[in-house]
Design a protein. Structure first.
Length: 555
């Protein structure tokens, strides 16, 4: 019996020795062969690199009013593997943060995930309330939220930055490389419970640069208000206005109606976000007649006093062209043709004197069919006739069969206001720490021809002209009206027009060029009735605001 007991004891000792031997061998192997890899694994488990987001640069208007800036926010996240009671914690988080519990719970309950967002860019005070609950698995980090303090002012110009602070449209997209800065990073050491116990290494973030625009917030806001009133009065589809300095190309306002609150961009329909002034093109109608008349003047084919005997209508190939209002056969000078916006007169000059080749050359010289190069994404070059048929010479001289953008049209009239020299329009004055690029310039008209044309355009805003509604007490005004029927897939659409007026003020030495275009007005269609009064309101405010002295005595 004793011999059996001793055998069992020896067997037990042998087993113990084998187990300890195995453990010793395993420990030695881990301490030598696996030491390096396990050390790296341990570091990975306790060390983490945290991205330090860069603050996005502020966008200011021309006088320093912030139009887009960063606001402090807190992002709430969670590690579902550390969440103890998903349903309870989802309920608490939803109640405090104001989010939906049915969306949060599945995230917290999914233990296959190591990171989930609970609320992105939440209000810091609200996030702090949740942090005080010390829910297992929840974490918080500071982030910046893009806000637009002026709300709807210049919304289509500014565009917006997305949830990750990347520019997605408008100037936010155009200037994204300068505005977004460079993110930094930080290596942190955490305890087994995920709490930070030390910081090993930090590369600070480099904030984005500020951008300073040529837009003036007050001029912009006033233009938008006038457009809203105009759209409401004429039950129009939409309206566009541009205010610019003809000498520098600086744009003081680029307005749209209807507009939207830029802070609500995710829920806004895409059609409201478009900047029509740059992206859309339309048939200009009679505002395009300056190309025809300027070309004929420059090529010494006519003078303002040259007379033409004009019937009410003329036949050009398969088209019958007539003036806007019935009249008998009349004799008109070139100045009167422009003043009274005679279609028959403009077509007669183009067909009998200019011809297709010269007219094409002047269209190209004025820059139609080409982008202006404005510092805004998505600019359209407009649309020129794909080919010239027999009737084209009867359409194009009066602004039909050719499409332009509002910024093209405004910049052309700015050239007329600037002694015949075109200056590239721009929205950005400068970027912080960078030298602003010089805008491109080119001469379109000689100084003498330009002076003659400007004087002729003053006649449009007179009792005998088509834009009496554009008059501004104390200031001389030069400009041109346009009324164009909208083309559709099957020809021109009945009852659908674009009414336009482009004006320069004071005409004796223009400080401002203002374009107003109203799409699909009802009750009236003519540029002199629909758009010219809006021009007078916008320009009248701007002249007072900019303290431009009057050049005429008020009766």
């Amino acid at each position: 019996m004793a011999r059996v007991v001793n055998s069992r004891i020896r067997l037990l000792l042998l087993c113990i020795l084998l187990v300890f031997g195995t453990l010793l061998t395993r420990a030695s192997w881990l301490a030598t062969v696996r030491a390096s890899s396990l050390s790296k694994l341990a570091q990975i488990q306790t060390k983490a690199t945290v991205v330090l987001p860069a603050g996005r640069g502020t966008i200011f208007d021309s006088v320093g009013t912030p139009l887009a800036l960063g606001e402090q926010a807190t992002t709430v996240f969670a590690d579902p593997r550390q969440v103890s009671h998903p349903r309870t914690e989802a309920k608490v988080a939803a109640r405090i943060l104001g989010v939906k519990q049915r969306l949060v719970y599945p995230l917290l309950a999914n233990r296959a995930l190591g990171f989930v967002y609970v609320a992105r860019k939440a209000d810091p005070a609200v996030a702090e309330r949740l942090a005080k609950r010390k829910l297992p698995g929840f974490g918080f980090y500071p982030e910046e939220r893009r806000v637009y303090p002026q709300k709807s002012v210049a919304a289509q110009v500014l565009g917006y930055a997305g949830v990750d602070n990347n520019g997605l449209s408008g100037l936010e997209l155009q200037l994204d490389n300068s505005l977004r800065g460079r993110p930094g990073d930080q290596t942190v050491v955490r305890d087994p419970f995920g709490h930070v116990i030390s910081v090993d290494h930090t590369v600070p973030a480099r904030p984005g640069k500020a951008a300073f625009l040529t837009i003036d917030q007050k001029i912009q806001a006033n233009a938008e208000e006038v457009l809203r009133e105009t759209v409401a009065k004429w039950h129009a589809k939409d309206a566009t206005a541009i205010v610019l300095d003809p000498k520098t190309g600086a744009i003081y306002a680029m307005a749209e109606a209807p507009s939207y609150d830029a802070n609500k961009f995710p829920s806004v329909a895409a059609k409201f976000e478009r900047n029509h002034a740059v992206s859309d093109f339309f048939e200009p109608g009679s505002v395009f007649k300056v190309v025809t008349i300027a070309g004929a003047l420059s090529d010494h084919l006519v003078t303002p006093a040259t007379k033409f005997t004009l019937p009410y209508s003329i036949q050009v190939a398969d088209r019958r062209i007539h003036d806007a209002e019935p009249r008998g056969t009349e004799t008109m000078t070139v100045a009167q043709i422009l003043q009274r916006s005679s279609n028959v007169g403009a077509v007669t000059i183009a067909k009998n004197l200019l011809g297709e080749t010269r007219l094409k050359r002047w269209i190209n010289r004025f820059g139609f069919g080409q982008k202006t190069g404005i510092d805004f994404p998505g600019e359209s070059p407009g649309l020129l006739p794909s080919y010239w048929s027999g009737s084209t010479i009867g359409n194009v001289p009066i602004g039909q069969g050719i499409s332009v953008t509002a910024i093209q049209l405004a910049s052309v009239y700015a050239a007329i206001a600037n002694d015949g020299t075109w200056v590239q329009p721009h929205l950005v004055d400068h970027i912080q720490g960078e030298k602003p690029p010089a805008p491109r310039t080119r001469r379109i008209l000689s100084s003498s021809v330009d002076g003659t044309l400007l004087q002729m355009l003053r006649g449009v805003v007179s009792d005998a002209g088509t834009a009496v509604g554009a008059e501004i007490p104390g200031y001389s005004v030069a400009g041109k009206t346009g009324t164009a029927q909208k083309p559709g897939p099957n020809g021109y659409e009945p009852g659908k027009y674009v009414a336009t007026f482009v004006g320069m003020v004071p005409a004796s030495n223009p400080s401002l060029v203002v374009l107003v275009s109203v799409d699909e007005p009802h009750g009236a269609i003519f540029g002199g009735i629909v758009a010219a009064p809006a021009f007078a309101q916008i320009a009248g405010f701007d002249l007072q605001y900019l303290e431009v002295p009057p050049d005429q005595k008020v009766p």
